[in-house]
Design a binder for this molecule. Structure first.
Ligand code: SF4
Length: 468
């Protein structure tokens, strides 16, 4: 059997962009580095897939140890199908029409099979459906009789009680009917992808929203290298789709956009500076007592499968925090962590309460996931006043030349203080902490401390000049 040309991931890549497929296969050295967030998603997906096998226990695992085993595992899978004592196959390997798939679970039901693909997400996206249609296509090509094809995903309303109940944790959705309906389209998309791989040079594909949706492409560094730094695509204060709309209508540079309201931001973009409406910023800050600020940096963990009683999937748990208080006569830094014993996490409220006694406002720069935690904190300590700089900036017309709609603190730091060592990516910090909390906690504390001190520097920078 000839080696496959496409896999699930390369097929999905081809749906996003034929050029991405070509570059992935033929010019892999042009790929950007895998981001920490992508890596974390991959690890999470694998762990949930393994857990879901317990829905169909007693099966055999076909996971290849390396790509060199694909064909032997494929042969073993075909043999296992013939063995009536085998009730379930995990990572069942099939190939058809030059496409290789590994199906999470194939469970025997009489003389037919139930195909199950597991997703660690809280819902099903179009990509997941396309992924299932491809697998159905390959299973069909192998003549596997199916009672159903199910996608299972995480029930976000599940609450962990005494023990994990998988039937309640997971939600199952049949996609067999849609997969059959999509059969012809799937076949033609496979042919299109295979034709792309026969090309002698990469297909001409212009940049567009597909570079970021459904996933940020691995080749942005390569394809976007000629986008000028003052391109309107980097006018981060404007919605992503709006910026591409301008781009597609050939409105690409600040001087082409005649919009009086955005005049200051356009000028800043042209000069590669950040912009903030200083009056708005100061007005928003006036609502707070800035006499004794404490700058906090949290590291939080969202497990797809709840680890503690009473918790839901993806509910954020604070693992560590550093707080920097510059207003005291002696600058102070406080650390708190529960990474070694996660069940201690609720003590964070006690820590915050103690810290609040010597503070007038807590300042953070966190994304929306943090809101859930903040809601809980507000119930317990309604007296604590918070400023989320991410929100404050977006309410003050903040713009930093960047593709991201919500520039994170790391990006802002790099822009304002280009000579400073960049802050370490939070996803890597989280990985280090979860991998070995005892060994890595001091290192993590140090990194979080850099974040909290840097937030004070950003704040001082933004309020110190009304020219930006
Ligand atoms: S960066 Fe955009 S155009 Fe380039 S390969 Fe990726 S998706 Fe295609």
């Amino acid at each position: 059997m000839a080696k496959h040309l496409l896999s699930k991931s390369t097929y999905i890549k081809s749906l996003q962009c034929q050029k991405a497929l070509y570059l992935h296969k033929k010019r892999p050295f042009l790929r950007d580095k895998m981001s920490a967030v992508q890596l974390a998603k991959f690890r999470r997906g694998t762990a949930v897939g393994v857990l879901a096998r317990n829905l169909y226990p007693g099966g055999i695992d076909m996971t290849p140890k390396s790509p060199s085993q694909y064909q032997s595992k494929r042969n073993e899978t075909l043999l296992a199908l013939q063995n009536p004592e085998i009730t379930a196959i995990y990572e069942a390997v099939f190939q058809y029409d030059d496409v290789l798939i590994m199906l999470d679970i194939l469970a025997r039901e009489g003389d037919k099979w139930r195909a199950i693909e597991v997703k660690s997400s809280r819902g099903l996206s179009e990509t997941y459906l396309q992924d299932a249609y491809l697998q159905y296509y390959v299973l069909n090509g192998n003549g596997i009789p199916l009672v159903d094809f199910e996608l299972i995903y995480v029930n976000e309303d599940y609450i962990l009680k005494d023990k994990l109940i998988l039937d309640e944790l997971f939600i199952s959705q049949s996609v067999l009917v849609q997969a059959k309906e999509a059969f012809e389209k799937t076949a033609s998309q496979i042919q299109k992808a295979k034709a792309t791989l026969q090309l002698t040079k990469s297909p001409e594909v212009s940049i567009g929203t597909h570079c970021y949706k459904p996933y940020p492409c691995d080749f942005i560094g390569h394809c976007w290298k000629n986008v000028p730094q003052n391109s309107l695509l980097y006018l981060s204060s404007q919605p992503f789709l709006q910026r591409f709309d301008w781009f597609n209508n050939n409105i690409r540079l600040p001087e082409q956009l005649h919009n009086a309201e955005l005049a200051d931001q356009l000028m800043a973009l042209n000069e590669q500076k950040l912009f903030v409406n200083h009056n708005l910023l100061m007005k928003n800050l006036k609502n707070f007592d800035m006499a004794k600020p404490a700058y906090l940096k949290f590291l939080f963990h969202q497990a797809a499968v709840p680890e503690l009683r009473g918790m839901k999937p993806y509910e954020p748990i604070i693992l560590a925090v550093s707080a920097f208080q510059p207003s005291n006569t002696v600058q102070q830094i406080h650390h708190w962590s529960c990474a070694v014993e996660i069940s201690e996490w609720k003590n964070i409220f006690q820590f915050l309460n103690t810290l609040w006694k010597s503070s007038s406002v807590f300042i953070i720069h966190e994304d929306r996931i943090f809101d859930e935690f903040l809601k809980k904190t507000n119930e317990i300590h309604p007296e604590i006043k918070w400023i989320n700089y991410a929100v404050l900036l977006s309410e003050s017309d903040f713009m930093i030349p960047s593709i991201s709609e919500n520039p994170d603190q790391k990006l802002i730091q790099q822009h304002i203080f280009p000579n400073q060592k960049p802050l370490k990516d939070e996803a890597w910090l989280l990985k280090d902490l979860l991998d070995d909390p005892e060994k890595n906690s001091r290192k993590i504390n140090f990194q979080l401390e850099l974040y909290s001190k840097n937030l004070e520097e950003i704040h001082k920078y933004l309020i110190s000049s009304n020219e930006i």
